[in-house]
Design a protein around this ligand. Sequence first.
Ligand code: NAP
Length: 322
Amino acid sequence: MRAARIISTDGPRSVRIEEVAEPVAGPDEVLIDVEAAGANFPDVLMSKNQYQYKPELPFVLGGEVAGTVREAPAGWGFSPGDRVVAATTTGAFAATVAAPVHRVGLLPAAVDFVAGACLPLNYLTMSHALVRRGGLRKGETVLVHGAAGGIGTATIQLAQVLGARVISVVSTPEKAEFVRSLGCEEVVLADEFKDAVLALTSGAGVDIVVDPVGGDRFTDSLRCLAPLGRLLVIGFTAGEIPSVKVNRLLLNNIDVRGVGWGAYNAKHPEAFVQEWAQLVPLLSFTPPLHRTYPLEQAGEAVASLEERSVLGKVVVLPRQLS
Ligand SMILES: NC(=O)c1ccc[n+]([C@@H]2O[C@H](COP(=O)([O-])OP(=O)(O)OC[C@H]3O[C@@H](n4cnc5c(N)ncnc54)[C@H](OP(=O)(O)O)[C@@H]3O)[C@@H](O)[C@H]2O)c1
C-alpha cells in the first residue's frame, strides 16, 4: 500500500510517499481502510522529533482517521464494513491502518468521512479539557488562543454547544473574519488581546483560557482570568514553554491546569469510548475544513500548519490519486 513516511526528522517536507507492506492487525486492533486522515500540529512536531512521543524511524505519519472496518476483534461491537473514526497516533496517512480497538468509535451516518477525520484528536481533547479539566459551566466565558486553528475551532464549536460565551484570539484580520463565520462574534487580535478582553468583559475577565499557543502571551492570559478562573495548558505552537510565577495564582485565586488528552487516555483505556459517546449527540456542527490534500501532498498538508496559514482543518485523502 502507499503511505506517507518520515524517514528522517527534517520536518514535514521530508515526508516520502512509499510503497510499504499493509499493517497486520494484532489481537486488540481494528484494521481500517482509511478514507480521510486529519492533519494536526503534533504531526509537525513528530516530523521534527520534537513531540513527547518519539516513534522509531521510519514511521508513517498521521494520528487520526475516518474509514471502513476491514477486520475487528470480537466483543467490541465492530464489524467489517462499519464506518468508524480512530485515534492512531501514527500510521494514518496510508491506505490502511491498524488502530487500537479502545480508540475506535462508530461514525454516525450523517457525518461524512472528511468531517469524521477532523473529530477524534481535537474535539475529544477539547471535551476532556473543557469538561473534565476545566469544569466548564453553562453561561461561563471562554477565551481561546489560536482560535482559527484545529484546537481553536474545536474549542469554539464545543464551548458554544455547551452554553458558553466564547471570545477568540487570532493573529490576523483574515483569521478574525473566518472565526466570525463560525458564529463567534467576539474576536480580538493577539497583539492587543488583554486590554480588548478586559474591555469586552467590563473588567471582569473570563472563566477559562484555552491556550494551545504558549509563548509570551501567557502572563497576559493569567491577567484576563476572573477570580476562580482556570487557564488550560494545551500546547506550545509559538515554540516557547512559558513559566508561571505562582504568586499570581495565589493573589487572584486562579488555576493553571495541564491538559494531556493522550496521556490521560493511555492511563484510562476506557476513556475514548465514553468521550466519543458524549461527543456524538453534540454534533450539531461540522468541523470547518480548510482543504483536502491527496496522499502525495501529505507533507505539504502538515507544512501548512507549521506555516500558520490554515483556517480550520486540513485533511489528507490517502486513496485519492493526485
Ligand atoms: N494537550 C493535548 O492533549 C493536545 C491535543 C492535541 C493538540 N495539542 C496541541 O495543541 C496545539 C495546537 O494544535 P492544532 O492542531 O490546533 O494546531 P493548528 O491547527 O496549526 O493551530 C495552531 C494555532 O496556533 C497559532 N500559532 C501561534 N504561533 C504559531 C506558530 N509559531 N506556528 C504555528 N501556529 C502558531 C496559530 O494561530 P494565530 O496565527 O491566530 O496565532 C494557529 O492557528 C499544538 O501545540 C498541539 O500539539 C495538544
